[in-house]
Design a protein. Structure first.
Length: 116
């Protein structure tokens, strides 16, 4: 299973589309087999959910996310966890042991940069 965390400098980004990169973990049977970083190719309406789906991502984790992106991730059968903050390695550790929960945080304002 591939889990992507929208991140900036090792921490979860508060608005997924504006992240510097995606930290992608390949996890099987509660073990991390690979961790890699993939640069964000750019925030364009409707692009990133398909981009991550092509990378084989099964779960996206972020601080916040717009409703349009949520709809597209759902259409690509990618699970969404929002309302997350902190170090990406700590976040994936919580996900692995089943302690990471989504707050359902939705960004409604896209005039900002860096926060929701």
């Amino acid at each position: 299973m591939k889990i992507a965390i929208a991140s900036n400098k090792g921490t979860a980004c508060q608005h997924f589309g504006h992240c510097e990169l995606f930290t992608i973990y390949d996890v099987e049977e509660k073990q991390i087999f690979e961790k890699k970083e993939v640069a964000n190719p750019g925030h364009r309406p409707g692009f990133l959910p398909g981009f991550l789906a092509k990378l084989g991502v099964n779960v996206i984790i972020s601080g916040g996310m717009g409703a349009g992106a949520i709809d597209l991730f759902n259409a690509n059968n990618i699970a969404i966890i929002t309302g997350v903050s902190g170090d990406v390695d700590d976040i994936i550790g919580k996900w692995i042991i089943g302690e990471l929960e989504s707050t359902g945080s939705i960004c409604n304002e896209h005039q900002h940069y860096g926060e929701c």
